[in-house]
Write a protein of this length. Structure first.
Length: 164
């Protein structure tokens, strides 16, 4: 990874840098491991190429550039096309650097509760998809946990249908 002297990025395992056209220009080694791409493959990608919500990318990126920062949850797509729910914090630094720190979302309960509590319909749709992705990622859970997950899955499907 190139030398980036921004305190907000220090010690982060998953860091990405993009240019104004949303093309990745640098990434930490952790990003390659997380997504399954080589460095060369990743540096040929744009944000849309690894996004599950491609239609949202231009709007979210424009908001990010205008405000100078952004944070939230998002679902990325690994090289093998499996979903990867993340939390991100993105920065536009005074030197023009566009960077983000990612953190994979672990477990399904937190994204599920976030979807239930969201009152904005657009944000709720995204959070429902994030929660569903997290549930698909959950493996080898005990029977009692599986029962709770099935109940939560039913609720999310009903919410998704109601949200349109």
């Amino acid at each position: 990874m190139m030398d980036h002297a921004h305190a907000e990025l220090k010690d982060a395992k998953y860091v990405v840098f993009v240019d104004a056209s949303r093309r990745y220009v640098d990434c930490s080694d952790g990003v390659y491991e997380l997504l399954g791409y080589s460095r060369e493959e990743m540096l040929e990608k744009r944000i849309e190429d690894i996004s599950y919500h491609v239609s949202e990318v231009p709007k979210l990126f424009a908001q990010y550039v205008e405000s100078g920062a952004q944070q939230g949850e998002y679902v990325l797509q690994r090289k093998d096309r499996t979903p990867l729910p993340i939390r991100y914090q993105a920065f536009v630094f005074s030197d023009g650097c566009h960077a983000a720190v990612w953190e994979p979302v672990q477990g399904w309960k937190e994204p599920y509760l976030a979807a239930l509590l969201e009152s904005d319909p657009d944000k709720q749709r995204t959070k429902i998809e994030n929660a569903l992705s997290a549930m698909r990622e959950a493996a080898d859970v005990p029977a009692e946990e599986q029962r709770r997950m099935n109940d939560a899955l039913s609720m999310l499907k009903a919410l998704r249908k109601a949200a349109g």
